[in-house]
Design a protein around this ligand. Structure first.
Ligand SMILES: Cc1ncc(COP(=O)(O)O)c(C=O)c1O
Length: 394
């Protein structure tokens, strides 16, 4: 483990305008295996359902040559999830697929449907249900949106300190929002206790005895990567296809989806928020370990102290490097993405922040010079006030 700070490594310039030293922690994953666990791709693929949902369109894949040159890379691709099916983050891909699979399971049979009107009619025998989730913002809003689309109720639990704009975003979907006195992990426990016959818990994290829904959430994220393949296929030479893939990690569902898609053709880098680096600590310990709160990074989507138990075996087997960054690295990356016209919120920019931290460290954990990298801007300006403060007007 290399622990670097701007104080003892003055060449590690994270955020030109910050005076507070920033710490970066890098771990070459000791658990990486040559072949991560096999998984069966769902058939039909989640993208076939996503395409029939309101507002679906493939999100942009942007080539960023100036940033690539600055980072010493041959190519930098940015998949931009700042607007996905009318919401400011990628999370609706998992929430919608998991909700759909849960309902089809209840129904007993997959109905035929062409649009949401037909889907609602097919689901009518299930009666009126309420969807419940815990969230640091994006997943809960996505579940609330699915409830609205299907004509159901929604009750979303958020941890103390959740930005008002994120709470308002969830409420704007017609959901009841409850602030739980505690961390994200406490909000998860509170939401789990709500399960009932007519109340479905749609969680993106898993725990002992609750694994099926979060496994579907991971499946749903495959759409991001299927789209990337389609966007690159036949249009770019092989040499410019990404062979380093960087993803943010909260509980690890997105990272697990990335591993499934890329682990045989790219090196995988996971970026976490320092003080909520449950992936890095678990990889180091050789088993899932909790990082206690408070988790108060501005990278709200990464403020998770516990890995998802269904995601973890895939993540630990397939990730090459874990990087934990502090807030200044995300802020700088927000400004860098803004400079190429990409609106990235704090969590959304964290992938680029972690990539720069790796480039600027002297770690040998991953060789980046001349490589083609992919980062995912996982969210837009979900807290517009903070965005304006950090970047300027959106
Ligand atoms: C914008 C954003 N990016 C990344 C993540 C991390 O995803 P996961 O919790 O699946 O690791 C989250 C989680 O909430 C998020 O909201």
């Amino acid at each position: 483990v290399a622990i670097r700070s701007a104080e003892d490594a003055p060449d590690l310039a994270l955020g030109e305008d910050r005076t507070v030293p920033e710490r970066v922690e890098i771990l070459a994953n000791p658990g990486r295996r040559a072949a991560p666990p096999e998984h069966r791709r769902p058939d039909p693929a989640p993208i076939t359902v996503h395409r029939r949902l309101p507002g679906y369109a493939a999100t942009p894949l942007v080539r960023a040559p100036a940033l690539a040159a600055d980072l010493g890379l041959s190519e930098l691709w940015v998949k931009v999830e700042s607007a996905r099916m009318g919401l400011p983050a990628f999370k609706v891909l998992g929430a919608s697929w998991a909700t759909y699979r849960t309902l089809v399971d209840r129904l007993g049979d997959e109905p035929e449907w062409a649009d949401v009107g037909e889907l609602r009619a097919a689901l009518a025998p299930l009666g009126r249900l309420t969807l419940v989730a815990a969230t640091d913002g994006n997943h809960g809003r996505a579940v609330a949106r699915m409830a609205r689309v299907l004509g159901y109720g929604a009750h979303i639990f958020v941890p103390t300190g959740t930005a008002a704009a994120r709470i308002e975003g969830i409420a704007s979907e017609g959901a009841e929002v409850t602030v739980v006195d505690g961390t994200y992990d406490d909000a998860v426990a509170t939401s789990a206790a709500r399960a009932a016959d007519d109340v479905l818990v749609i969680s993106d994290t898993s725990w002992a005895g609750y694994t099926q829904v979060p496994a579907w959430v991971i499946e749903g994220y495959a759409t991001i990567f299927d789209e990337i393949d389609e966007q690159l296929d036949g249009t770019v030479p092989d040499a410019t296809r990404p062979d380093v893939v960087v993803v943010q990690m909260g509980v690890g569902a997105l990272a697990a989806a990335a591993v499934r898609h890329f682990s045989t053709r790219a090196e995988l880098v996971v970026v976490e928020a320092a003080h909520a680096e449950c992936g890095l600590r678990s990889a180091e310990a050789g088993r899932p370990v909790e990082v206690p709160g408070p988790h108060d990074s501005i990278m709200a989507g990464l403020n998770c102290g516990t890995v998802s138990v269904v995601a973890w075996p895939t993540v630990v087997a397939g990730v090459d490097v874990f990087v934990a960054i502090e807030d200044g690295a995300a802020e700088r990356a927000m400004r860098e993405l803004a400079s190429i016209g990409v609106v990235a919120g704090e969590t959304g920019a964290a992938g680029l922040g972690g990539l720069r931290a790796l480039v600027e460290s002297d770690t040998s954990a991953v060789e980046l010079a001349g490589r083609a990298a992919l980062v995912i801007c996982t969210e837009g300006a979900t807290d517009p006030e903070a965005y304006a403060r950090i970047v300027g007007a959106a």
